[in-house]
Design a protein around this ligand. Structure first.
Ligand code: SF4
Length: 423
């Protein structure tokens, strides 16, 4: 049996026709950060598009609930972009999610410059249980270099406001950034802990093509971002967080007891989820996808042998606000075979401290055959990327640092190309 919080579709078919998690994307921000390649755009706070988009998403959620897709959604996450940029239009959206899914965990992302006390309290009243705050740093020089729209004082005040409203608070922090030193990073991690964060996620900065940093730095190696710096800063964070009672449960996530993010755990344990809003990604079982097609008949039939469908909403925010009908949505998608879905589950499970469960390893053995699976396991164990403990395949520290190597080995078990489609 999978452990609690580890309900995976390969062992729990009760989610076969539905989704276990809901993601809603809000693509608006105050300004565009220098490193950002997310689907987001700078939008003025008084742009009518904000409220129109929120209402359109509420209408789409009603349509997905009408076909029974949201009956079993145990977690919901409103991400972005900057959901708090919606201002007063955000609590009604949260209320709609609460009414349609009654999730046990409902998270909203927010940025410090747009989370005042009134909004934090309204979100809590509307049914949000967590806030994920984009803090990134508590050093003003670093924040300016990243192009963030807030300063350190605003960030720490936002943590307190969210806590005062009764919300569980998660803070995102970014390391290996311009102007950062080991000391300033130590201070950022310590500051958010002292301000009362319950959960901290730490990420090394990635310089992506198409961003302001991508244009400025290109492929030139930046000393502040090199792999040794990233590894050292992740280690500093790990040590400070561990000494303050935070347990690491995923490659980048640390939580006080009882404060793990169930929604993110759902992503890493094969729980089917629905993505709503522009650029939102979803992952459905074949039968869940058939149910989605009742609301979105424009989607093609899944070919035989497909067990998992990945979808991304291609319609942009204006298209969604202008025509909220789910029949009008544009999608990009991928059809995955049983082998591809099993390889993906192994890869995702390898991000977790708990690792890949014996149940999933048993399923993978059935799908790939014992010799193929054992050859791959031997290779990742032999290179020190993972260990087998109590029947679980757990990543080692070097498996986390060399994540792409570990995930690549597990993904290579799958055969054939993933079939893509657009609708
Ligand atoms: S706030 Fe987040 S989503 Fe918005 S531009 Fe900055 S990094 Fe991107």
């Amino acid at each position: 049996m999978p452990a609690a919080g580890e309900v995976a579709l390969w062992s729990d078919h009760s989610l076969d026709r539905s989704v276990g998690a809901l993601y809603v994307h809000v693509p608006f921000c105050k300004s565009k950060c220098a490193y950002c390649d997310f689907s987001s755009r700078a939008t003025s706070a008084d742009d009518p598009l904000l409220a129109e988009y929120a209402r359109a998403i509420e209408a789409q959620l009603e349509a997905f609930a009408d076909v029974g897709l949201l009956d079993r959604s145990d977690t919901a996450y409103v991400g972005g972009g900057t959901p708090s940029r919606l201002g007063p239009a955000l609590p009604p959206l949260v209320e709609t999610i609460r009414r349609l899914c009654s999730p046990s965990e409902l998270s909203c992302e927010a940025n410090p410059e747009s989370l005042d006390g009134a909004l934090a309290r309204s979100l809590a009243r509307a049914g949000a249980s967590r806030i994920s705050l984009g803090v990134q740093s508590t050093c003003d020089v670093e924040l300016r270099a990243l192009g963030r729209a807030h300063d350190a004082a605003e960030a720490l005040a936002a943590v307190s406001r969210a806590r005062d409203a009764g919300l569980t608070v998660s803070c995102d922090l970014m390391c290996a950034t311009p102007e950062q030193t080991d000391e300033s990073w130590d201070r950022s991690v310590s500051d958010v802990i002292a301000a009362g964060a319950d959960h901290v996620s730490v990420y090394p900065l990635a310089i992506e093509e198409g961003t302001a940093f991508g244009r400025r730095f290109g492929d030139d190696a930046q000393p502040w971002n090199d792999e040794d710096v990233q590894a050292r800063r992740m280690k500093i964070a790990r040590e400070i967080l561990a000494s303050c009672g935070f347990a690491r449960y995923e490659v980048a996530s640390y939580a006080r007891p009882g404060c793990r993010c169930a929604h993110n755990i759902a992503y890493w344990t094969g729980v089917p989820y629905l993505g709503v809003g522009t650029a939102a990604a979803g992952m459905l079982t074949r039968r869940g996808y058939e149910r989605l097609r009742l609301a979105c008949p424009q989607l093609p039939d899944a070919p035989g042998g497909v067990v998992r469908i990945r979808l991304t909403v291609r319609s942009d925010a204006r298209q969604i606000a202008g025509d909220p009908r789910t029949e009008a949505l544009l999608f990009d998608g991928e059809f995955l075979s049983e082998e591809q879905a099993a390889a993906e589950d192994l890869m995702l499970g390898a991000r977790l401290v708990d690792g890949v469960s014996p149940a999933l390893l048993g399923h993978a053995r059935d799908v790939f055959g014992p010799s193929r699976l054992d050859d791959t396991l031997e290779s990742v164990l032999g290179s020190g990327l993972a260990v087998l403990e109590d029947g679980r395949l757990r990543p080692t520290e070097s498996g986390w640092l060399l994540g792409n190597e570990l995930y690549g080995s597990l993904w290579s078990l799958s055969s054939g190309e993933v079939t893509s489609f657009s609708a």
